[in-house]
Write a protein of this length. Sequence first.
Length: 154
Amino acid sequence: MKKTNEKLQRIIFFIAGAVISFSIIRVYDSNIKSVEWQDNQIGIYVSPFVAETKQPEPISEPEIDINEVVRRVRILESSNGTAGLAVTCKNRGLSNEYGYNPPKCHNSHEELTTKVKNWFERKLAVMTLNESLCFYNLGIQMNSCDYVNKFNNL
């Protein structure tokens, strides 16, 4: 009789653990949000606290000069076109001085500058400048990151 009770307790414990695990997985699955990062790349944000998906509301910030944002991103990503992917692309007769959608090289600097400006305009409609900079660099929406500090120190 004692062995039967022990087996029954183990079965109940196992089933309870499985139910709890399944419940946790369902909560995380329902809160995974895929977001566009750069062109074909996807950043994933998982929140265990929010069960509903809400449309982001536009964030009002002081006027942001997109040209200045893009200029600073170019400095951070390629030291004004003199380092990293910029050099690799330049050697192939192509361009990527913004670190945009690496390791892809683009046909022209002007074409890529327009893409990067458009990317930031879309993101700044729903994110703060800091969030969009972290998202550009890391693919993660966060309020602060090392990239923001470097950006602000230029």
